[in-house]
Design a protein around this ligand. Sequence first.
Ligand SMILES: [Fe+2]
Ligand SMILES: [Fe+2]
Length: 253
Amino acid sequence: MASVEDRIEAFESAQVDALERLIVAAPLYTSGPHDPTAAPSWQEPYFTTPAHQRPKFEMGDDPRLPKMPAKPTLLDYFTYRFGPIEHLLQSARLAKINGCSEKMILACLLHDISMAGMIGSDHGYWGAQLIEPYVDEEVSWAIRYHQALRFFPDPSVGYEYPVAYHQFFGEDYVPDDYIKRDHDYARNHKWYMSARIITMNDLYAFDPDVRVDIGDFEDIIGRHFRQPEEGLGYDNSPSAHMWRTIIRPRKFL
Ligand SMILES: [Fe+2]
Ligand SMILES: [Fe+2]
């Protein structure tokens, strides 16, 4: 446990790093290493500093991140916030090679954007919600369910349980009940194959020797992603706030 003095010092150096603004991490970013039910580490030094010496919290752009355009497009997020995007580009490339529809190529291009720019836990669900207002319902549906379908083989299309998952999670890993439930639901849905197509292209999209240019998909994005005029994040859609959080992940409020 750091002494109060140590913590004040940490707090002071944080101010310098943050160019006079105090940039703090939300509970979701620190939960685990830090007990989420305990006070965040900045609180005590902040409140024990005389009020007139306390820094202001960052409410604008994080100076450590590249500045986003005022009216950001999906491509701007790929450029300034998502990474690494090679897997997404390779998935979309395979979908194209395999003769998938433009809608499905877009679904493959966006299937892991939550992992690339926001959060890994339940990334299929987060990613679907993020893009839902801007794409055909089938695209977001497929992205939502690809996460569950990845864990379940389908011999009828030659999809096997991923070898990589044995390595990532262990031979004895058992998916959560809600993942099983959502697989069972998706299995009998009219769009099952759309989500399954994502998993099939997903599986082979980890080739370190293949380079893909996002420019190859600009036309498809233009035709199938409804880019809002005000900029993605400032358009008042049900997920606009999620895009704004990607722009400014540590805005205090
Ligand atoms: Fe995924
Ligand atoms: Fe993936």
